[in-house]
Design a protein around this ligand. Structure first.
Ligand SMILES: Cc1cc2nc3c(=O)[nH]c(=O)nc-3n(C[C@H](O)[C@H](O)[C@H](O)COP(=O)(O)OP(=O)(O)OC[C@H]3O[C@@H](n4cnc5c(N)ncnc54)[C@H](O)[C@@H]3O)c2cc1C
Length: 301
């Protein structure tokens, strides 16, 4: 089926979700980079997600899942088939237990938890992702990570079966969970927090946000830390020691403020970023014998 027909059919069949055709992925990524997605869907209900899973299976269409686009680099050729952003809303607070939709932004949840005087989430409030992306990546910062607070996850398999998984089943480790190795889609996460004090929570969030603003190039598009922390080294430190700070290929640059970030300084293409990261890996390996591993995920063609 051609994409015009897919677009027409989906617009009719899943009216609660927004469907786009030939959608530039630079509009949906914090890097502001990426070719077009043939079909892009902001999925707002579990029923619509089920519909799409069934649809791609029947029509044999490739499906790509995204959240808030803050840890991905979409290649310049774009994404074929259907790209589905999991955009489920909802924050349900019951004492210290919080059930939250995969599409909720961490910043939005941070504001709600501060108001409800629930503590334990402060580390995450400045991470520009969605709950789905953060649960999958075990996102973390300033001594905390998602595995500290996730109690349960509701997910859906590619076959459309909804499952509830307990923390022990999530296989959490550094920037990893079972969802990295399976095609399960995160729908909801249940978090366990503790009773706190609004002023103290606010002060902690402000302190961490200030630390981010001071150290990270938040004024430029990026996907956060480009590489993972190594077993015995910090990527940013070793990149700086390799003399790469400020190094540029095309519109992509090793941030002058934080060598762990590659930033889009001048309409960078994905090709610029990939060439730059390859070069960084090569120089670091030649100088120190250490392998840099990408934290940012590359999708598309
Ligand atoms: C300025 C900046 C600062 C950052 N700081 C941090 C930090 O301190 N700590 C940190 O850990 N990260 C940080 N990041 C990276 C990023 O914000 C996190 O990794 C975040 O958790 C990604 O979430 P997302 O919704 O944007 O996911 P996306 O980038 O959209 O997707 C990432 C991956 O998750 C998958 N995915 C998304 N949603 C779902 C779902 N519902 N079900 C299954 N799979 C899904 C996608 O398929 C993709 O493989 C930073 C990024 C930026 C730009």
């Amino acid at each position: 089926m051609n994409k015009e027909n897919i677009y027409k059919q989906l617009t009719k069949e899943i009216p609660n979700s927004k469907v786009y055709i030939n959608e530039p992925m630079k509009n949906h990524t914090s890097f502001k980079i990426g070719g077009i997605a043939d079909i892009y869907i902001k999925a707002k209900t579990v029923e619509d997600i089920k519909y799409i899973l069934n649809y791609v299976k029947n029509e044999q269409i490739k499906l790509t899942i995204v959240g808030n686009g803050s840890n991905i680099l979409v290649k310049d050729g774009g994404i074929r088939g259907i790209t589905m952003q999991i955009d489920l809303d909802g924050i349900h607070i019951n004492e210290e237990t919080v059930k939250v939709g995969a599409g909720v932004k961490l910043a939005t949840l941070g504001i709600a938890l501060k108001k409800e005087e629930l503590t334990g989430f402060e580390f995450a409030a400045g991470i520009p992702g969605s709950i789905g992306g953060a649960v999958r990546m075990n996102a973390g910062a300033y001594g905390g990570e998602f595995s500290d607070i996730v109690e349960k996850v509701t997910c859906i398999t590619p076959e459309g079966i909804v499952k509830e998984l307990e923390k022990e089943e999530l296989q959490y480790s550094y920037r990893h969970s079972r969802f990295v190795d399976t095609n399960e889609i995160i729908l909801y996460a249940t978090l366990k927090l503790e009773k706190g004090n609004e002023i103290e929570i606010k002060n902690k969030m402000d302190e961490l946000m200030l630390a981010r603003k001071t150290k990270q190039p938040l004024e430029l598009p990026s996907a956060g830390s480009t590489f993972k922390r190594g077993a015995d080294f910090y990527a940013s430190k070793i990149i700086e020691e390799a003399g790469l700070k400020g190094f540029k290929i095309g519109g992509a640059q090793v941030s002058e403020k934080h060598s762990g970030f590659v930033v889009n300084v001048d309409n960078a293409t994905a090709k610029d970023v990939l060439e730059l990261t390859q070069y960084m890996k090569k120089v670091v390996y030649e100088k120190f014998g250490k392998e840099l591993e990408l934290e940012v995920e590359i999708i598309g063609e």
